[in-house]
Every structure is written in structure tokens, then in C-alpha cells.
Design a protein around this ligand. Structure first.
Ligand code: SF4
Length: 258
């Protein structure tokens, strides 16, 4: 709920039009920016009961409601419209295209990488360069396709010279990948590389060599961290490790589906 409110606030929305029932969010009134922060800092496990009426879009209840593939596609398109010609961080200055995401809005498996590279910046599609070809081969080896999964990055605009995204850029852009996850509701996520893992999980100082291969959880969704394909191009001897991680993700996906 808090994440959803912050997302709306980032888009300039200071009112959200839905009425909360008695078992929904209680005790929080929306409007001043500080309300969201205060709610995050003080949110008890159970909200105290009160008569405050707040309007909340049902999509804020992501993960608890079921959406049709058509609704998901529509919501993703609306999100892309909301991002618009985004100038929220300095990465907007040199980008060619915003690289939003690609694939099935109803995907069970979602791949999340770091940021667009040169090819992606030009085409506006994630993972289409050499690293993307390697990822595509792995997806196909999993007997899936780019069209059946969903692929996106935690950063939507290419950092100049492919440098690492900076903290302020990650913090500013994170709301978009979080919203994509909320809409798609994947059953399993694979993060590709350290930056994607750290940004999504909001953790610092993690080593991908230690984190990979072990499931984490993001809002109840199993997350399998693995290496970024660009790293594997430089270190092909580690490809088998990523394949092992992918098999675990696939097993988890199949177990959830059955
Ligand atoms: S990287 Fe994200 S926040 Fe920054 S300009 Fe691009 S879309 Fe906006």
C-alpha cells in the first residue's frame, strides 16, 4: 500500500479515488507528502481502527487481486504513458529511448536486469545486444520464449558509457519496475546481476557470487538471483552456474503452477 501511494505521489497525484473498507488501511489520511513517510515509519502490524475514509485504487492491492491478461496489458500501457518523456533523473539527458520492458504482461517468469546498453537504447527494447542474445538463448533452452516471459530493467534509460547507475538514479527509477511487478504479478523473478538484485531488494553490499543460486523473496514472490549475461560474456566458465540457477527458477515456477 505504501509503495503504491509513493508511486502515485511520484506521478504528481495527491489524491487517490477509492473508499477503504473497515478492514483496509485505517488511520492514514493521504495528501501531505509526509503522510506516506510517516506511515512507513510508524506502520504497526495491525492498523488501529478509526473512521477515516480514504480512497485507494484497487490496483494498489496488487498481489491480492486477480487481473486478466488484457487488464495487465492495459495497466502496463497506462504506466508507460505515465512515465512519458521522463525527466525525473539525469539519465534522461543522453538517452535515445526509454526502455520500458518486453514480453507477456501475464508472464509467470520475469527477468530483471540492470539498465539498457547501447543497442537497447537505440531500439527501445531490453536485452537485444550480445548480452541479450545470450539471455534469449537461455530462455529458449528453458523451453520458453521472450514472448512468454517478461523482461525489464531496474533502470529505464542508458547510463552514459554503460557506467553503473548511481544511487539517486536507482532510487528515482525503482518505482517503475516495482509497478511493473505489481501489475504483472509474476510467480518467479530472476534478477540478473548485482545492481538489479540490490535495487529490487533494497539491500547494499551484497556479492552476487554469494547471493546467486539461493531464493530470496520480494513481496511474496520467489526471487532467484543470478549473474548478468554481460558478465557471462566475459566469464563464460560461469555460464553453467546461471544455467543451474535458471533450472531452479523453472522448477519453482512449475511447482507453483501445479
Ligand atoms: S532512468 Fe528512470 S527515472 Fe531516470 S529519466 Fe529514465 S525513466 Fe525517468
Amino acid at each position: 500500500m505504501i509503495e503504491a501511494l509513493e508511486f502515485y505521489r511520484a506521478l504528481g497525484v495527491d489524491r487517490v479515488p477509492v473508499t477503504l473498507g473497515p478492514d483496509s488501511l485505517r488511520g492514514i489520511s493521504i495528501a501531505p507528502e509526509t503522510s506516506v513517510n510517516a506511515a512507513r515509519q510508524t506502520e504497526p502490524e495491525t492498523m488501529p481502527c478509526c473512521s477515516v475514509t480514504v480512497e485507494v485504487d484497487p490496483i494498489a492491492e496488487a498481489g491480492t487481486i486477480r487481473r486478466s491478461p488484457e487488464d495487465k496489458a492495459k495497466l502496463l500501457a497506462e504506466l508507460r504513458d505515465d512515465i512519458g518523456d521522463c525527466r525525473r533523473c539525469k539519465l534522461s539527458e543522453q538517452r535515445t529511448n526509454i526502455v520500458f520492458g518486453y514480453g507477456n504482461p501475464d508472464a509467470g517468469l520475469m527477468f530483471i536486469g540492470e539498465a539498457p546498453g547501447e543497442d537497447e537504447d537505440i531500439q527501445g527494447i531490453p536485452f537485444v545486444g550480445k548480452a541479450g542474445m545470450l539471455l534469449t538463448r537461455m530462455i529458449e533452452k528453458m523451453e520458453l520464449s521472450r514472448e512468454s516471459v517478461y523482461i525489464a530493467n531496474v533502470i529505464k534509460c542508458r547510463p552514459p558509457g554503460n557506467r553503473e547507475p548511481e544511487e539517486d538514479e536507482l532510487d528515482t527509477c525503482r518505482r517503475f519496475i516495482e509497478r511493473q511487478i505489481d501489475i504483472i504479478g509474476p510467480q518467479v523473478i530472476m534478477t540478473l546481476g548485482r545492481i538489479a538484485l540490490q535495487s529490487l531488494m533494497r539491500i547494499r553490499g551484497i556479492k552476487i557470487t554469494q547471493a546467486r543460486g539461493k531464493f530470496l523473496e520480494y513481496r511474496g514472490i520467489p526471487v532467484m538471483p543470478t549473474f548478468h549475461p554481460a558478465y557471462l560474456l566475459r566469464n563464460p566458465a560461469d555460464k553453467w552456474k546461471t544455467w543451474s540457477d535458471a533450472q531452479k527458477a523453472l522448477e519453482k515456477l512449475n511447482a507453483i503452477k501445479t
